[in-house]
Design a protein. Sequence first.
Length: 399
Amino acid sequence: CENPKPTGPIDTTMCDYETVESVNGDLFSNIHELVRTPFFKYFQVDLYRDCPFWDEHGSCNNPGCAITTVDESEVPLKWRARALSKVDALVENRHELPGCYYRDSDFCWLDDNTEGDYYDLTFVPERYTGYSGPEAHRIWRTIYEENCFGLSEFSLMDGKAPAAVTLPDTMTDVLREDGVNNNQCLEKRVYYKVVSGLHASISTHICAEYLNQTTGEWGPNLHCFVNRIASHPERLQYIYFNTVLLLRAVARLGPYLSAYDYCSTGTRQDDVETKGLLLNVISIAQKAGKFDESALFRGENANVLKEEFKAHFRNVTRIMDCVGCDKCRLWGKIQTTGIATALKVLFELDEKALDPHTNANLLQRAEVVALLNTLHRFSESLEAVNKFRRMWADMGSSE
Ligand code: FAD
């Protein structure tokens, strides 16, 4: 009956839990403001593509799943689709599907910015929506099943599930086979931690802003948090793990992000404010983003393994089109794109590639926005975890 706080080194990183704890308050206050600036709050995405893996993907009729778009005229001119597609046209080595594509270095399918609506992310909190049951379980199960390296016949790369694949009956089967096991290669363990950490962070948001069906009131639900997260300490640990991974990507991108043009109105006021907040985030990332990316993808089959890792994570980004709740799909797309951007920065790009002077078009705006919004979500989860710890302690002292 404990609500334990993890201590010591965070496995497969060079950082410890205490360091992340010590910077998170500062990180959250800066990044929470940052994602409210015009550059970071508008996101364009096509939420209504067909699910490429199965026909019936259901839909969430709960009003909590609904989402409101913003009119293109509200979005600063500079960040509208037409302006962006000019930059996009320069991208080489594109592999296309209708409406989206990937480049060889990408870990995700990206929107090609010609379709899709705009959303103001500050109006779309990630919280309880009521989306659940077999449909939601099927998405999570399929995502965990992508952690299946070395079995090329299992690949969903072409956007179609091969008929011969038999899916395990229950999530427990998948987890028994694919959960973190120290005999597995490092890359497979990292993949699992990334996915399980994302799942845990989404669950934390659901429990932190939960709808009490009886009273109709929103609020934190400690029972939900204990059931879904605290009673599985490794899930909480993977939230920290993902935070360190994202921080490391932001730290590596420091010079690139510092040189980026955030100006949206022409007065340069936004640019100055946004950059000030971003520089604070980068400096925190330099302290706590201690992930050793050079420990992965070494040795004989490194390139084959990396290509497989990339292909599997790209599939995860495509599986998001199968999520039957608009709001969940939006955040699913943003966060898988954000993590994919971090993975690309860590495992694909060297110092030369990251140089803003030689490679100004390295990242699309959508990738930068997704990366920082995803880090915001994880930092917010750690804030929520602290609140749940206090609720737990208060409950103990009142007994
Ligand atoms: P689920 O969270 O569905 O988990 C299924 C099974 O997976 C569990 O029984 C357990 O065995 C295992 N599991 C759970 N967590 C982990 C973990 N961290 N690591 C490893 N294994 C685990 N719902 C909302 O209310 N709001 C949202 O914003 C939202 N966003 C979503 C985004 C995506 C991409 C998806 C796929 C679903 C989303 N959902 C959202 C649904 C939500 O994640 C749950 O599926 C739903 O709340 C039902 O929860 P559950 O308790 O049945 O278990």
